[in-house]
Each structure stands twice: as structure tokens, then as C-alpha cells.
Design a binder for this molecule. Sequence first.
Ligand code: PEP
Ligand code: CO
Length: 485
Amino acid sequence: MTLTLDDWSPRSWASKPIKQEVVYDDPEGVQSALEKLQKLPPLVTTQEIANLKKSLRNVALGKAFVLQGGDCAELFDYCNQDMIEAKVKLLLQMSLVLIWGANMPVVRIARIAGQFAKPRSSPMEVINGIEMPSFRGDNINGFDATPDSRRPDPSRLVSAYFHSAATLNYLRASLSSGLADLHSPLDWGLGHVITPSIKEKYERIVTRVKDALRFMQTVGIDTDRGVETVDVYTSHEGLLLEYETSLTRLLRDPTVPGETLTPTHPLKLSHTTTTTTSSPPKSYYATSSHFLWIGDRTRQLTGAHVEFFRGITNPIGIKIGPSMTPEDLITLLDTVNPTHEIGKVTLISRYGASKISAHLPAHIAAVQSTRHIPVWQCDPMHGNTQTTPTGVKTRHFADILSELKQALEIHRAAGSFLGGMHLELTGEAVTECVGGAGGLTEEGLGERYTTFCDPRLNEKQALELAFLVAGFYREMEGEEEVNSI
Ligand code: PEP
Ligand code: CO
């Protein structure tokens, strides 16, 4: 059966089997929350979405690199000045290192301003002998271990919108006020615990960037526009379909200078309010964030999540793990991107350091047998989660680095381009992943273990990883070693 957008509506997913469903005991509360959301303005604009799409097209074509990162589970409490700034500054620092390393533009996407809902392996858990629903994310229920706090509360849907809006507001305001000013990347802060060798390397890159800017100014190239600030896009897992549907709107397609961007779907016209040439085409946009992805647990071909995702115009991600077959990968790409839009889909591979070599080559070959040109991104976090003998969930820096390095090598050997990395990180000095130059051990994990879901790289580990990945790119280009800068 051929799927067409004629069969699609923002709610057509509701007739499909759904995984990770949230069951509320207050249907009226859900209804009124969704009605409220439907009236609220979009959190992002179609122009911004189109700009990101254009950038991701460049990544798919091997002309840019995408860095995506942030918390595994964002909490409403993370909506504060310090935490937002720390995360954004870290992404900016890492991207500067990657620009230098990969010698190409870096597209920055934060897991922020909406990364609340979490897929769980079990809907219920037992804590202190009491059975209660598992914590599903701040937009669903509370973390406190009591049956009352764990009850799914529909008012959290509206709260999620306002926390996303406040986060995004501060993000936009600080970027436009010079937080990302390339003239002062040392002000982005290097954290209080950074290793001296990394600090020194970073400062050397900054000196080079400043020299380049000074040179441009001296020869009269206008550096005031473009380097004063940069774009940071937002993203989250599109898990909670009721929420996403309420913020999905039929909007006029923006025009991007020199591009015909969005009207590529064969059935585009069925979404247009009128078919006269004078009225610009419209499409459905998820307006909760610029970029949404489908998790590894909700990507069933005939399931509700894939149904929702195939109708939205945003660039989308799909997590792919060891259970994905090459045949299903092709069907999935055909379903969500029937017109083979370049860079529309980001394939986020997450197999684990010991499994990547068994799965990635066949996935690349499957894609290469089609006309699809996706962005290939490596998530070296989710296949490398381990539990210590004392029951603490962690990840080893060496496994993370190994999966990234293997991904780069496998893509290169297959004539494919690894266009980016997807990390769980935080701007705080947490102790959740072991290893790295700081030498964090399993014994040290208890010091500042604050994640509410998966273990994240701390600022120091994240920046170190950026340097190592930058070094891999340099080595592959046969250029100077990262250590020699
Ligand atoms: C995540 O990105 O936090 C996540 C749950 O990933 P995955 O779907 O790959 O398990
Ligand atoms: Co996670």
C-alpha cells in the first residue's frame, strides 16, 4: 500500500498502535490542557525551521557538521539563567573546536526547551516496597517517589510549553545580546575544573580565531554581521504525540533566498487552502521545536510515531540501534521522506562500541542502495550505558570515544559522510560518566550525580571529546595532529 499525505492529518496517528502511551485518569483535564496548547503561539517559526533544513542539507552533502547535545531528561527546574548559559556556552566552545578540526561550518542543535518526555523500559516500578508509575519526564509526572507525584498530570503539558518558552526566550535573548560573540570566545567560560592541557589548546584556537577576525577587519571585510552571533536550534524527542499535535500548525511555507525549500511533497497541494498560484503553499509544521526525533523504542513502521512524523515539514531524526534491519531502514526512509529531500532525515545511530561494526556497514549500504541522502549522526551514548556493581548507571568515556571513532572510520571506508554527533551532556561539573582526562572513577560517581535519567558528559569531558573528534578529522585529512596546534 502506498502511503500518501492525503491520508495524513496531525491526528491520524491516533488510529495506529502506540508505544510508550501515557494513560491519564483525568480525561477532562487532558482535553482542557490540549485546548489551551492549541491556542498558544508557535514556539519556533517556519523561517527558522527552513534555515535549519537548509543547513542540514549541507551536512548531508558533506559540507557541514552537526553538533547536537544536551540533557537526557530536561527538568522544569533547569529553566534558570545559569544552567541555560552553561549549556549553550559549552555547545559554542565545542562547536568552535569542531569548526577548527573538521574545517567546516558547524550546525548547533541543543536538546533543550522541550526535552522533557522520556521513554521507559517499564511503565511501573517498585520503590521502597511500593509499586508506582515510573518517572516519565517532567511534562508527564513528578520525580518524587510517591504514587501521588507519579500520577500523570495533564496540567504538566501546559507547564511544559511555558518552561520551553521561557528557556527559548532566554536563549534567543542571550544570543542576540552577544553571548555567542566570536570576538570574545574566552568569555564563554572554561569551567572551574578544566584540565590545563585542554584549556591551553582551547586558548590557542581562540587566538587563531581572533587573529582571523582582526585580519578580516584590517582588510576591510565586514565582520559585524555573521560572526557576532550564531544560531542555536532546539530539539527534543517527539514522544508525547498529544502535545506535539496540539502545537502542529498548517503554516505558510517560508521562502529562503535562492532555494525552493519545502514544496517538494507530491501531495503538497492537498495541504494548501487554495490551489491558485497566487496563494503561497502551506504545510504542517511541528512548532514545539525546530527539530524532533523518533526514539529507538517508538520507530515501528506502522506505529503512531512514524505516522505523525511522516506528515511534518520539520527536519527529523530517527534513532537506529542494533534491532533495526536494513530492509526496515529503507522502508522507514521511504515512509517519512518519499520525495528524497536531502538532509530532511538525520539517522542517529546508537549501537554501542562493541556492536557498531556489526550493524553500521549494512545500514550504510542499505541507504546507499536508494536515492536517500540523510544526515548520518553518531550517538555514542545510548548503546554504551552500563550499571556499576553498586547499581549506578554510567558510561565510559573510552567507549563513547571508541564508538565515535569507529563510526568515522566505517563511514569513510564506505564512501559515506559522518556528519555529526549527538551527545548527552551538561554544562555542570557532574560526575556521571567515568573516564576522560580528569580520570573520574566509579568510586567518584557519587560526588555529583544529578541526572534524572541517563548519565551525561560533564563540561570537561564534553570539551575533551570535541578535541579528540576534531583531531580524528584532522588526522583523516592528513593534516597536523591536534596536539601540535
Ligand atoms: C535519548 O536520546 O535520551 C533516548 C532515549 O535515546 P534512544 O531512543 O536512542 O534510546
Ligand atoms: Co538518554
